[in-house]
Design a protein around this ligand. Structure first.
Ligand SMILES: [Zn+2]
Length: 250
């Protein structure tokens, strides 16, 4: 069982939506630490079963959300499992066909952006449910069950997570520019991450081998698997060039 995981957003039961840790931290700061309006209604963003509480910022850590020890995740929630290592995650992704990677990203997209829980939580036997959760890697040889680390693009990126493999997700505007290096052509996909008020919040660069077909004026939901670094601006290095999916927000 994984211990000590923190959450960068919570499911707010009263409004049937996910809310960022930054929002609740700012709210508590403005109300002398009181966030009773939310307390008791903050749950795991994935299974919506485990109750969370806010740990306010201190001199040593940022504000974050933790599970109440007496509260449990659903059996098929990925937060029950240790995070997969970067090496194993890459091996796993590279063992999948392009189609299978896209299927996985599609399921993740449902999980992150389609509100109704029954749309993304699989049904059937518990073992099957665990296997069909896109955030869980259930491996046979060698046998292990691990989870992908989940990271909201609009959340805080803390140094201890730099270069760790994550499934990133969020709302973005995008643009593409072409660049040539060592006589090879690359494309720089710039993600302009939108906050809860749909304002661009930070810029993240993703290097691509081909030009993505996007409209720079439109808003998109995006899911991508990779690791981030902050040297010379925020960048995400994809685990695989196919490990990215976006969908226009209509
Ligand atoms: Zn959970």
């Amino acid at each position: 069982m994984a211990k000590g995981k923190s959450f960068d957003e919570f499911y707010y039961r009263n409004e049937d939506r996910n809310v960022s840790v930054k929002f609740i931290s700012d709210y508590a700061d403005k109300h002398n630490g009181d966030y009773n309006l939310y307390r008791g209604n903050m749950f795991c963003p994935e299974c919506r079963a485990a109750e969370l509480i806010l740990r306010r910022k201190s001199s040593t850590h940022r504000a974050h959300l933790k599970k109440i020890p007496s509260s449990c995740h659903a059996n098929d929630c990925s937060y029950n499992y240790e995070y997969i290592t970067c090496k194993r995650a890459k091996e796993f992704i590279n063992s999948l066909s392009d189609e299978k990677i896209q299927d996985k990203l599609n399921s993740m997209m449902h999980m992150f952006f389609d509100k109704k829980l029954e749309m993304h939580m699989p049904k059937g036997e518990e073992a099957e449910q665990i296997k069909s959760n896109p955030m869980i890697i259930s491996h046979e040889q060698p046998k292990f069950i691990r989870a992908f680390r989940r990271k909201s693009l609009s959340g805080w990126f803390s140094e201890d997570e730099e270069n760790k493999l994550c499934v990133f997700y969020g709302k973005v505007k995008m643009d593409v520019s072409e660049m040539v290096k060592d006589e090879k052509t690359y494309f720089r996909l710039t993600l302009h991450v939108l906050n809860e008020n749909n304002e661009p919040r930070k810029k993240i660069i993703v290097f691509r081998s081909w030009r993505d077909n996007i409209d720079k004026d439109k808003d998109y939901y995006i899911v991508l698997i990779g690791s981030w670094s902050s040297a010379n601006g925020w960048k995400i290095k994809l685990a695989n060039q196919k490990a990215i999916k976006f969908r226009e927000i209509s």
